[in-house]
Design a protein around this ligand. Structure first.
Ligand code: PEP
Length: 249
């Protein structure tokens, strides 16, 4: 059985003290190690100071990294640097990075490969815009975003990969995909993994849903057979709203 994940992406939010307090509260949760893993992605500036967080049920993620191991890339951080801090996960290809920072599918694939090389698990985001869904192109968009990466992977790497399906129209808008829409796309993604990487790999890979997840809709989403948890933005910034989502597992 796939262990569920609830991951919180703080984006560029919370002061250091606010973040530390939130992590201290999360650390006190008694979570069932066999059932759920919580991952928190604070601003990278805080990662080294927050390493006290790491436990069996609570881990840290970076929100992005560069594809090169080192060099003249002002303002960037490498997967090797994350590994040197024992950061186990890195969110890659978030729609905000794709749209605001012009990250192409190929560049995201380079970053994924850099993470694999350093033993950092990528949380690879994919998702279509509203215009793409309305034009009936959502399956094509997801296929391109994911196969660009899958084509470069081997079966062993698949065991360390996590996918997050995040329809752009649902991110930070308060509009959530219905549980049927989420399940339909997650099942599609799982069949894509099966074709590109293998059936067993598809069975084992966790596929998270992201886009306005909150306590009131989390259970219905997480109960879908191909939804293995959530990637949460806004509702991860407050202990009680994030806890409500974790409790829905
Ligand atoms: C996100 O940006 O990954 C996200 C899912 O945000 P929100 O939960 O705020 O929609």
């Amino acid at each position: 059985m796939r262990k569920k994940i609830v991951a919180g992406n703080w984006k560029m939010n919370l002061t250091f003290d606010e973040g530390r307090q939130l992590l201290n509260e999360l650390r006190l949760l008694r979570l069932d190690d066999d059932k759920v893993e919580v991952i928190v992605a604070p601003p990278s500036l805080y990662l080294s100071q927050f390493s006290f967080t790491n436990s069996n049920t609570l881990s840290l993620a970076a929100q992005n990294c560069h594809d090169k191991p080192s060099g003249a890339y002002t303002g960037e951080q490498s997967a090797a640097m994350l590994a040197s801090l024992k950061i186990g996960y890195c969110i890659l290809g978030h729609s905000e990075r794709r749209s605001m920072f012009h990250e192409s599918d190929e560049w995201v694939a380079d970053k994924v490969m850099a993470c694999f090389a350093e033993g950092v698990s990528p949380i690879l985001c994919c998702g279509e815009t509203l215009a793409e869904r309305e034009a009936g192109r959502h399956f094509d968009v997801i296929t391109k975003q994911l196969t660009t990466v899958f084509k470069r992977m081997d079966k062993k790497q698949a065991a360390y990969m996590i996918i997050a399906y995040e329809p752009v129209w649902a991110i930070g808008t308060g509009v959530t995909a219905s549980s049927d829409q989420a399940q339909e796309m997650h099942a599609f993604i799982r069949s894509l993994i099966s074709t590109e990487l293998g059936r067993e790999e598809a069975e084992e890979m966790r596929i998270l849903y992201g886009g306005s997840v909150k306590g009131s809709n989390a259970k219905e989403l997480f109960d879908q057979s191909d939804v293995d948890g959530g990637l949460v933005g806004g509702a991860s910034l407050d202990f009680s709203s994030f806890k409500d989502i974790i409790d829905a597992i």
